[in-house]
Write a protein that binds this ligand. Structure first.
Ligand SMILES: [Ca+2]
Ligand SMILES: [Ca+2]
Length: 273
């Protein structure tokens, strides 16, 4: 009896210590995490792991971040067929009192560690590629709450419609009631002459049925909103409005109608140049 128990314990400990060979993967070599942004729109990065085994195995990858940063998951666990690559989205939150600097994000699996530096910096120091709206404060007339549609997602730098309802775009809350407005403060007076709007557009949710059709583009100049461009009859995933340069503190989109059922405003990103 004692012998059997010892053998069982040995088998269990061997089973527990065996880890399949797994390669941790990150979608980018580093992550930029701006300070002072709306917590509803944290920095995000694609992470994943690939099995290097010749047979299927359960694999676990641990996710570590240097405090005070926090990650949306501490591990990724999955059954992995040989050569299979599993991907997931990782959100990294920066508390408002965090100090500027470089922090560690580590993905660890089967003795391998992938380091992804996280650069925490004020929004003013971001390389915004000329997009004055990037990571600036956003306010909206309403927000649908049956899923994750934060207004700040229209200025999070992600134009992709993939993952709709998961925090990548804004859906208003007043069905078939217009107008809806979403405004981006530009962090001070900026000369602007172009606004590019990305509306919901995927294979499942095409813009011609779910996207925004009619809207006005307004700029706040000397405290007054003025209409600088109008879009009518849009059926595409994005539309660019060019207008005579104005010096504006904020830009807003006044949504007037959507395609298909003409029910809601669905905006993925607004870029201002
Ligand atoms: Ca977005
Ligand atoms: Ca509405």
């Amino acid at each position: 009896m004692r012998y059997l128990t010892a053998a069982l314990a040995l088998a269990l400990s061997l089973g527990a210590s065996w880890e399949p060979r797994v390669t941790p993967i990150a979608g980018a070599g580093r992550l930029i995490a701006p300070l002072g942004v709306d917590p509803a729109c944290p920095a995000k990065i694609e992470i994943g792991m690939r099995s290097e085994e010749r047979k299927p195995a359960y694999a676990t990858m641990r996710v570590e971040t240097d405090p005070p940063l926090t990650a949306s998951r501490s591990m990724l666990t999955s059954y992995l067929p040989p050569g299979y690559e599993l991907g997931a989205k990782l959100l990294v939150a920066v508390p408002p009192d965090a100090k500027e600097g470089t922090y560690g994000l580590r993905l660890r699996a089967s003795g391998r560690t992938l380091e992804v530096p996280v650069e925490v910096m004020p929004v003013d120091r971001l390389d915004n590629g000329g997009n004055h709206a990037l990571r600036r404060p956003v306010t909206a007339s309403s927000q649908h709450t049956n899923a994750n549609y934060p207004p700040c997602s229209v200025a999070d730098g992600d134009r992709s419609s993939n993952g709709w309802a998961g925090g990548n775009g804004w859906n208003d809350a007043t069905g078939r009631a217009w107008p809806d407005t979403v405004a981006v403060a530009l962090g001070g007076p900026r000369q602007v002459s172009r606004v590019e709007l990305y509306t919901l557009d995927t294979e499942r949710y095409p813009a011609a049925i779910y996207g925004l059709r009619d809207w006005d583009v307004q700029a706040q100049v000397g405290g007054q909103w003025q209409t600088v461009a109008q879009v009518r009859g849009n059926t595409a995933g994005s539309a660019r409005s060019d207008f005579a340069p104005v010096t504006a503190d904020a830009v807003r989109v006044v949504a007037l109608a959507s395609n298909g059922a003409n029910d809601y405003t669905r905006i993925i990103e607004v870029e201002v140049r």
